[in-house]
Unconditional design. Structure first.
Length: 525
């Protein structure tokens, strides 16, 4: 077997710095002797290696390269720069000296609008959202920001995909600053040619101006991304600077062939860059764990209603449900009030809803329908089918005001959600909090939110005909049995009595605060 000199020398950074600072070379030169002064370990590799490979230039002996490197460091004009701390964080404060802005700008070759905490030392958390249209993901981000603010943090909203916010007044009591990425190059989605787990990564994160996004995040103690596809790439750089990085996952999407895709898969390519990874369901956390995410990073961020339901409203709602039930027992039963609220698209099963309405009409089911959403045209098999309004059905545009949402939920006996895939839909929790019975397909985390036959109804996720058949049977039972309907509503209200964001977001606020304290050497107070 051929004998060769070392082809690799490994050491710690401190050892290299000590040798570079020391003008004397005797200590490191003893590596050439039979009794070296430094503590060393030798690893010998044996195997069927090609002699040609082992003897090619540059691989015969690593010592000359090591000594050459140390000589270069000792003679470098930048040698004394090592005495200056270039770290972002210091043990004394969350954000160090006043030159942070200049160093950040030099790194990015761009202007970064640092928040005032860069000088004051206040803790600031950045919430990244792709859009703010007050959908489920945005509502969760807003509620999390509100909890951080209650805990004494400054809050910054970063919107990455649009330059518009509907009803910005709703955010004034939640965020201290609102920033837009305002980069048209990041949209629309274009693939980069790089893939992870068979999923395409976005071209912008490879060739785009990541520095612009870093500029919006610089100076924050923590950054939490809520399904903003641009968020992943800057996280590694931020984490290296001592920023606590977190991402909030919500659901696994499906493509047109029903194959799984979406943010959980994109996150896996950047898992190393995150300190905390949250999800609203145990099912999604189990997916992350099964995909190799370390358990210590995973945290349940259970959803809760996005509006408070005080005791007075709760008692008033239950009393009215009881009165309605007693009235139906004495007189002719009224029509069952069924509500669909939210997007009317493929994910939400708009074609299932259309078929359900048609079947209910054909069967003579006593139902009064109310549809609140942004789309009422079904494209199934290339043909457009209109969900037509009529005496039994009204169609309304989407509503964003929380009072309007509450009014519509209070009107209904049942809210239907026949989705093909889901995360943990807020509408289910909000309906339960107001005593409105959720009827939903068993997808995503829905089974973690509804106890079938106790505080809601689960429908098996199957073919169009099977879903409609099971949903129609459930609606008939609810329409004909007011007592059963009341029991479900009362149980739903009771379940939601102690469910709120003060409780569900507390573990995330505590964990992020502890990580910030650990990284900066500061108190969590």
């Amino acid at each position: 077997m051929a004998q060769h000199q070392p082809v690799l020398v490994a050491t710690i950074r401190k050892c290299i710095l000590d040798c570079a600072r020391d003008s004397s070379t005797w200590w490191i030169d003893t590596l050439k002797s039979p009794k070296p002064e430094p503590s060393v370990a030798v690893i010998t590799l044996s195997g069927p290696f090609s002699t040609t490979v082992l003897e090619r230039p540059g691989l015969t002996d690593a010592f000359p390269a090591l000594f050459t490197l140390l000589d270069q460091l000792r003679n470098s004009p930048f040698r004394h720069a090592d005495a200056k701390s270039w770290e972002w964080r210091s043990p004394d404060a969350l954000i160090p000296g006043r030159d942070l802005f200049l160093r950040t700008r030099a790194h990015m070759h761009a202007l970064g609008p640092l928040g005032r905490c860069a000088l004051s030392g206040e803790r600031e958390v950045a919430i990244q959202l792709p859009v703010v249209s007050f959908g489920g993901v945005e509502q969760v981000g807003i509620q999390v920001a509100l909890q951080f603010r209650k805990a004494g943090w400054r809050t910054r909203l970063i919107v990455t995909e649009t330059e518009e916010i509907k009803e910005p007044g709703r955010l004034l009591e939640v965020f201290d600053a609102i920033c837009f990425l305002n980069d048209p190059e990041q949209a629309p989605w274009t693939v980069s040619g790089q893939r992870y787990f068979g999923h395409d990564l976005q071209n912008w994160i490879v060739n785009g101006r990541i520095d612009r996004l870093i500029g919006l995040l610089a100076g924050c103690a923590a950054v939490i991304a809520f399904q903003a596809k641009q968020a992943n790439e800057p996280m590694g750089w931020l984490r290296r600077q001592g920023v606590v990085t977190a991402t909030s996952l919500h659901l696994i999407d499906r493509d047109r062939f029903d194959a799984p895709q979406g943010h959980p898969y994109l996150m896996l390519a950047y898992e190393h860059a995150y300190d905390v990874i949250t999800a609203p369901s145990n099912r999604l956390l189990e997916f992350c764990a099964a995909s190799g995410v370390p358990a210590e990073k995973l945290l349940l961020l259970a959803n809760a209603p996005t509006f408070p339901v005080d005791e007075a409203l709760r008692r008033r709602r239950v009393r009215r449900l009881e009165e309605a039930t007693f009235a139906e027992a004495r007189a002719e039963q009224r029509k069952l009030r069924v509500l669909s609220i939210g997007r009317l698209d493929r994910q939400k099963g708009v074609e299932r809803l259309a078929a359900l309405i048609q079947t209910a009409r054909a069967d003579g089911l006593p139902v009064e329908w109310r549809l609140v959403g942004s789309r009422v045209v079904v494209n199934e098999g290339g043909a457009n089918a209109l969900i037509a309004p009529g005496p039994d059905l009204t169609i309304e545009p989407s509503v964003y005001d929380r009072g309007a949402v509450i009014d519509r939920l209070l009107w209904a006996d049942v809210v239907v959600l026949l989705s093909h895939w889901e995360g943990a839909p807020l509408v289910i929790l909000e309906a339960q909090a107001l005593g409105t019975i959720p009827l939903a397909t068993d997808v995503g985390a829905v089974a973690e939110m509804i106890r079938h036959g106790e505080d809601g109804i689960l429908v098996s996720n199957g073919s169009l005909q099977a879903v409609v058949r099971e949903a129609i049977a459930a609606l008939w039972e609810l329409a004909e049995n007011p007592g059963y309907r009341l029991n479900l509503a009362q149980a739903a209200v009771a379940r939601m009595e102690q469910t709120n964001w003060d409780v569900t977001a507390a573990p995330l606020v505590a964990k992020v605060s502890a990580l910030v304290a650990e990284k900066t050497g500061t108190s969590t107070k």
